[in-house]
Design a protein around this ligand. Structure first.
Ligand code: FAD
Length: 544
């Protein structure tokens, strides 16, 4: 390792890439101090809470993340290390509480410039305050550019008078055209300064799953998506090369049951970890759009999907307690059920509705599902059938998704539960007929729920209706080999609709200031209805 002048530290958290990485570029720029170029320390801190096994968790993984996402992150780090090595550098992996480790490095290595990508998530905001406080006091220059999103959420909020825009349309109008979009972004780096002396700091290579303590874990099917910038750019190229597909992209028209060739890009996990720059993705789509006769437009176009991402980042950043119902000014207050039995049935793919259970198996095995599949299970858990709190479903997604993203996940759960953004609670995804529209033979169900693989297609979405002789022939007795439905969809969805109508009424009457006491009162009222076996006299819910 070289001896060099003023030193820079590039702190990788997300932004696990070389292309369009302004923090890395700045860190790599020579310091010019006394004509001597500085050293560059590219650092990633392994936080044991995020990475090490937690045997008490309901699925393999750490206390915070499922195994698929940990594996994806490790693959992304190996790929980053490989790219850094090609440029004469390497990734320095350290272990411990990230702020403490970082501050120790700044001191030991005499760092004069600290560079990292700005992050709006509460976890990083809190972490950054600690590190910035130390760095400022120690006279370390900080460079923390916004490059995870297309726009700076703070700018949009400022433009809107201090509050985030709450509709996509108003967001798009305010945001306009990104300032950087018309000139090409930097996609390569030709050289990096040498890594300086690390002294006695405990540096390791990117750990393997085994080194983290996962040697005994056996997964019968793990995610087919490999992590890293190289795979991200390959996936991006494959998508973008099909110009017609990009030009015609129209969500939500895709097929949620297509799993051999998913109907959307599957770039979300790469965007989550910053293996792919959303700005570079945006420019590539723009390039395609310039060269085709016509193309779809936001909100349904591919470019429109990236704007959805920025929309949720902006609202999340500008809304205190965005990730909870209580104290969240944009969330309706609803007396959701606390029902661990129903929640566990949903989480463990035992609801008895094959479409719902197959999606949940895909979540466990792959950590990724199509957007409309996510809609189906989120609606089912909350306002569609089980009336379980959206925060509970959010937690399970947060753990198991490989693209788990604080702003987007919470934003979509608020949406799907009709707690915010979207309020047409009578529009429900049917757990039996929605999937059938796309996949009448039930191939998706047969793949993810092999116990039903021999069920005739007439019964695959409602196997409890199959005569016993058919169940016997299909080697799947309902109630023994596969569960009976946890609820009757017709009754449950009507019940949910009535509860939501009453909760909305209460929110309106109290102008949003609904207390815990008010919710308790309403919950008791619902329980009384249930005991009396009263059924609402509402219209039949509109199934999608
Ligand atoms: P594409 O359709 O190819 O879209 C390209 C990119 O646009 C995506 O990678 C994503 O970054 C962005 N995007 C697409 N749809 C949305 C959307 N509705 N909101 C915000 N950004 C969007 N997405 C996540 O990335 N992380 C999550 O934790 C997450 N949780 C969700 C939870 C629920 C309940 C629901 C209904 C949706 C959730 N989504 C989440 C949004 C969406 O389902 C995924 O972004 C999308 O399915 C990812 O697949 P893709 O990359 O092929 O998307």
């Amino acid at each position: 390792m070289a001896v060099c002048g003023p030193n820079s530290l590039m702190w990788f958290r997300k932004s696990l890439r070389i292309h369009d990485n302004p923090a890395l570029e700045y860190a790599a720029a020579t310091n010019g101090g006394g004509g001597q170029s500085g050293c560059l320390y590219p650092v990633f801190v392994v936080d044991p809470h995020y990475m090490e096994p937690d045997p008490t968790a309901f699925s393999a993984g750490s206390g915070r993340a499922g195994l698929n996402r940990i594996r994806f992150l490790l693959e992304s780090l190996v790929d980053l290390d490989c790219s850094l090595r090609k440029l004469g550098s390497r990734l320095l992996v350290l272990k411990g509480e990230p702020a403490e480790v970082l501050i120790r490095c700044l001191k030991k290595w005499d760092i004069k410039r600290l560079c990292f990508e700005h992050d709006t998530e509460p976890y990083y905001q809190a972490l950054d305050i600690k590190v910035k406080d130390y760095a400022s006091a120690a006279g370390v220059e900080i460079f923390s550019p916004v490059s995870h999103t297309l726009f700076n959420p703070a700018d949009i909020i400022q433009k809107n008078g201090g509050r985030p825009p709450l509709t996509y349309q108003s967001f798009v109008k305010l945001a306009g055209h990104p300032s950087w979009a018309s000139s090409p972004l930097s996609t390569t780096i030709s050289w990096l300064p040498p890594v300086g002396n690390v002294g006695n700091s405990k540096i390791s290579n990117v750990p393997t799953l085994k080194e983290l303590g996962y040697e005994d874990i056996i997964q019968d099917e793990s995610t087919p998506f490999r992590g890293g910038e190289s795979v991200a750019l390959e996936r991006l190229r494959a998508a973008i090369n099909d110009k017609e597909w990009v030009a015609k992209f129209e969500k939500p028209k895709g097929n949620p049951s297509a799993f051999l060739k998913p109907a959307t890009t599957v770039l979300s996990p790469y965007l989550k970890f910053g293996c792919l720059s959303s700005r570079y993705f945006y420019q590539c789509i723009q390039e395609v759009q310039k060269n085709v006769k016509s193309h779809t437009l936001p909100p349904v176009s591919l470019l429109g999907q990236l704007l959805w991402r920025d929309f949720f980042y902006t609202v999340a950043y500008g809304t205190p307690h965005f990730d909870q119902m209580e104290g969240n000014r944009i969330s309706k207050q609803i007396p959701w059920n606390v029902d661990d039995r129903l929640l566990a049935a949903w989480r463990d793919a035992r609801t008895g509705f094959p479409w719902i259970d197959a999606i949940m198996v895909q979540l466990h095995k792959w950590g990724w599902m199509h957007h409309l599949a996510r809609h189906s299970v989120a609606c089912f858990l909350t306002r569609g059938d089980l009336f379980v709190h959206w925060e509970k479903g959010r937690d399970i997604f947060e753990r198991l998704l490989i693209d788990s993203d604080w702003a987007i996940n919470n934003g979509n759960w608020l949406w799907l539960s009709c707690s915010s953004f979207f309020y047409q609670y009578n529009r429900i995804y049917s757990p039996t007929s929605f999937g059938k529209k796309y996949d009448p033979n039930g191939d998706y169900i047969r793949h993810f729920l092999p116990i039903l693989k021999d069920m005739p297609k007439e019964y695959i979405y409602e196997p409890w209706t199959a005569p016993l002789s058919i169940q016997t022939k299909a080697n799947c007795i309902i109630g023994r080999d596969y569960p009976k439905p946890v609820v009757s969809h017709d009754t449950a969805s009507k019940d949910c609709k009535r509860k939501l109508a009453e909760a909305y009424e209460l929110n309106k009457k109290l102008n949003g200031s609904v207390s815990e006491q008010d919710l308790k009162f309403l919950r008791r009222k619902f329980e009384e209805y249930q005991q009396k076996g009263q059924q609402p006299e509402s219209k039949k819910p509109k199934n999608l």
